[in-house]
Design a protein around this ligand. Sequence first.
Ligand SMILES: NC(=O)c1ccc[n+]([C@@H]2O[C@H](COP(=O)([O-])OP(=O)(O)OC[C@H]3O[C@@H](n4cnc5c(N)ncnc54)[C@H](O)[C@@H]3O)[C@@H](O)[C@H]2O)c1
Length: 354
Amino acid sequence: MAKLRVGLIGAGNIAKTHLDRYMKNPNVELAAICDINEKTLNATADRYGIEKRFTSVTEMLANVQLDAADVCVWNVNHAVCTIEALNAGLDVMCEKPMAMNAEEAQAMLDASKKNGKLLMMGFVTRFDNQSRIAKDFIDKGLLGDIYYSKATYLRRNGNPGGWFADKSRSGGGPIIDIGVHPLDLTRYLMGNPKPVSVYAVTSDLLHKERAELKTSVGWHPDGADPKKDICTVESNAVGIIRYENGASTLLECSYALNGEGRGDRILYGTKGGISLNDMKIYSEMNGFMTNVSLVDVNTYYESKEAFQAEIDHFVDCCQNKTPCISPAEDGVVIMKILDALYKSAETGKSVDID
Ligand SMILES: NC(=O)c1ccc[n+]([C@@H]2O[C@H](COP(=O)([O-])OP(=O)(O)OC[C@H]3O[C@@H](n4cnc5c(N)ncnc54)[C@H](O)[C@@H]3O)[C@@H](O)[C@H]2O)c1
């Protein structure tokens, strides 16, 4: 089979994470790369030996024959780059969050349908071994009906600065950037229920104090300086999502908090609950409450690191038309929830979702 000719759109932090995985997939040819920042473009292109490099996506699409594109740019440019690549006849994977808002996300989905091309969302946590095992238990009915979940992504000091802290380029802070991961994962494991309303509270405290600390987050995008950068995003958030089937999710996320950094992902079902952190199942046996720990989870499946599993799945979907487990339709619904969370925090009221 001919190799899949992939073009990277964006050459920053996550593009390198993806490129490392494409390099390990024998069915891929890294055919081209583009980034509006020439220094970043050349550094990444040199590192991966990619000759065809461009400072605009339009130029790349006009000059190189590609089969697929991988969108790894600032959130504000997800929609424009994705739609351009779809209209050029390519299958596309787009990093999370899908876009700045649900309207853009819907336009991306429409472009994928109009062109008959795949649009996969980069919801990488769906590809964790833990997630796949939890899904297996849930699909077999072993945990009963999942009626509640906890979606937590707390950073004690984790504002990356740069474009991430600039709402005009990111769309928001921890809700859209990191809360989106457990929010999508818990909804996926609950069977993708339809959201009907949300209530949320955010604050923007502690950003400045964190920037002054001697200890800081370990990474920043190119040119970021949290001490000097503008910061127009929330620093922490709590939200409740109510689904049509009566289930709900408690979302908690932060860039700055005087508490432990945590990433709890817990699903509560009528027959059992499961914590994805330590792969513990809470249930009942013989009239007693029992905790069961799964042992050595990596032996249950062919063990694959999540980003590798994600990239391999994208390549497989493009080449073999394998059904995508992270489709754009889910990205649009998650974007509607994110929009509603921000609106609720702003208005102080519960917000309905159509
Ligand atoms: N899945 C994950 O766990 C994960 C982790 C980190 C980032 N991300 C996502 O990946 C995306 C990129 O984040 P990052 O950390 O790599 O940021 P980054 O700043 O390191 O890289 C983004 C790059 O995009 C380039 N760019 C912006 N607009 C462009 C355009 N129109 N055309 C070409 N290049 C353009 C910038 O110059 C920059 O080099 C974001 O959407 C982010 O949410 C996902």
